[in-house]
Design a protein around this ligand. Structure first.
Ligand SMILES: [Zn+2]
Length: 234
């Protein structure tokens, strides 16, 4: 386990980040909208990625409301994973979930998709904390999920952060997943995006990997953070 807490955090100018490039795939990253998705504005790019917690309590009505908004966004590809609040996705039979996902929306659950040569992988699991959705025990229980991530992954989407990377709570605790840190530093995706720890929103580059905590809400569930835009070359 390396100490990567004290590396630089990129300056985030709220709602004004422009990293887009004409010759690359332009991706907008958001996370933890908790039902407030329709307040987001100026979402642009070819791909939008949501790293989980689309709802407040994870009921079907809330999930449907999110999906109705998400499917209409002006993007070529729309990808999302569930988070610890999104109970519906863990409790409903897989066939019901499959039926619910609208055309034009890609739902990842320990699964991947290749888009125009860029390989995405998504997983909703996070270390156990009380009794939320997609909780797994730290250690071997959660490592099983990270072992599924293909060695060639360009964009890794998880709901929770890796240990010591954009994972510090307001009480000063690092609550990220140790096993996920090991996995991501080995796999070296171009981008690892997550949310979950709202107050740790931001962007860091470590060992050539762009780490993005894309939580748009703060720890009080106020929408204060900008979607994060980034370009990726295939
Ligand atoms: Zn959240």
């Amino acid at each position: 386990m390396i100490d990567i807490e004290n590396t630089e955090i990129f300056q985030i100018n709220k709602y004004t980040i422009k990293q887009f490039n004409k010759s690359s795939m332009n991706i907008t990253f958001i996370s933890d909208t908790h039902g407030m998705h329709d307040q987001l504005q100026n979402l642009v790019g070819e791909v939008i990625v949501h790293a989980g917690d689309v709802s407040g309590r994870g009921g079907l009505t809330e999930i449907e409301d999110f999906l109705n908004w998400f499917k209409k966004l002006d993007f070529k590809y729309r990808i999302f994973i569930a988070g610890n609040h999104d109970f519906y996705f863990e409790n409903a039979p897989a066939s019901d979930v499959a039926q619910l996902i609208p055309e034009g929306v890609i739902y990842l659950n320990d699964s991947g998709v290749s888009i125009e040569g860029i390989k995405f992988w998504g997983s909703p699991v996070q270390p156990e904390f009380y009794n939320w959705a997609f909780n797994r025990k730290r250690g071997v229980g959660i490592k099983k999920h990270w072992d599924l991530i293909p060695a060639h992954t360009d964009i890794l989407i998880t709901h929770g952060p890796p240990m010591n990377i954009l994972d510090k709570t307001t009480t000063g605790l690092h609550v990220g997943c140790e096993e996920l840190q090991d996995a991501v530093l080995k796999i070296k995706p171009k981008i690892h995006v997550f949310g979950h720890i709202h107050e740790a929103y931001g962007w860091k580059e470590i060992q050539g990997i762009q780490f993005i905590n894309a939580s748009v809400l703060n720890e009080r569930y106020a929408l204060v953070n900008a979607p994060i835009e980034h370009s990726v070359k295939s």
